[in-house]
Write a protein that binds this ligand. Structure first.
Ligand code: IPE
Ligand code: IPE
Ligand code: MG
Length: 253
């Protein structure tokens, strides 16, 4: 049986989040420039987006560029931004054809003007699509997002729009970039690093974490299926006991 056939289609995550890491090392290992790794990583993005759409996954969030990544050498940052513009331009028709909706989370204002234009166009062109929602995290960091949410909440409280006594996790969520997006059930990080690196800190509270040594440019559908199979062996307890979870499952089935 293929890995795909082994998947329980009733127990797939609604939302998968991926830290696409290892482009630089992948290129270096081949004696190439880091930018070559970023270019090759685009093929993995294409494949994994397609793989998620085929499985009927609702949301895929890809961490493409962090707030901290602005501090990389200018040459690399510029290269990544150019790659972003050309990729969106090339891929927007495929997104539309495949009923995929594009969204962006992060401090978009930090991006070069041309990037913003391309992204806005692609987002409005795909806004009505009802299949997979592809969320690109660009110039994103969770601490930026959380501080931003706190600022907006404080402003709303000051102007009388928000009563501080009514703030709950649900209200807090409305102030995050991911306000209309369910929390990821599965977070994958490629290339061996076992850390979160400022990604979706609030939203990942109960996500299952999956780390693989595979570098992002090598990541293909089979690797995705492997991660999903691993996810399907996990018991998600949300603070309860194993017995409670099993009883609940018996009631449902
Ligand atoms: C991930 O690959 C892509 C970005 C952060 C933009 P890296 O560029 O971090 O690759 P490594 O981790 O240096 O190998
Ligand atoms: C995280 O990768 C950010 C993205 C993949 C966009 P980094 O390569 O920037 O993270 P660190 O520096 O290893 O923690
Ligand atoms: Mg890295």
């Amino acid at each position: 049986m293929s890995l795909k056939e082994q998947l329980d289609l009733q127990r797939l995550p609604r939302h998968i989040a991926i830290i696409m890491d290892g482009n630089g090392r992948w290129a270096k290992e081949r004696g190439k420039d880091r930018l070559y790794g970023h270019h090759e990583g685009v093929e993995s993005v294409r494949t994994i987006v397609e793989g998620c759409a085929e499985l009927g996954i609702g949301y895929l969030t890809l961490y493409a560029f962090s707030t901290e990544n602005w501090d990389r050498p200018v040459y690399e940052v510029n290269g990544i931004m150019e790659l972003l513009v050309s990729t969106i331009r090339k891929e927007v028709s495929t997104l539309s054809k495949n009923n995929i909706r594009l969204q962006v989370i992060g401090d978009m204002e930090m991006l070069p003007a041309q990037c913003i234009t391309e992204l806005n166009e692609a987002m409005s062109l795909t806004a009505q699509n009802t299949g997979l929602t592809l969320v690109m995290a660009l110039s994103y960091s969770a601490r930026w997002e959380i501080v931003n949410a706190a600022k907006k909440m404080a402003e709303d409280a000051k102007s009388g729009k928000l009563d501080p006594d009514t703030i709950t996790p649900q209200i807090w969520q409305q102030y995050l970039c991911t306000r209309d997006i369910p929390d990821p059930e599965l977070m994958i990080r490629t290339s061996g690093e076992c850390r979160i690196s400022n990604f979706l800190l609030y939203q990942l509270a109960y996500a299952e974490l999956y780390f693989t040594n595979t570098r992002w440019p090598d990541f293909r559908k089979e690797h995705l299926y492997q991660a999903l199979l691993d996810y399907q062996t996990r018991e998600r307890r949300f603070g309860k006991t194993s017995e409670q979870i099993q009883q609940n499952e018996e009631i449902i089935s």
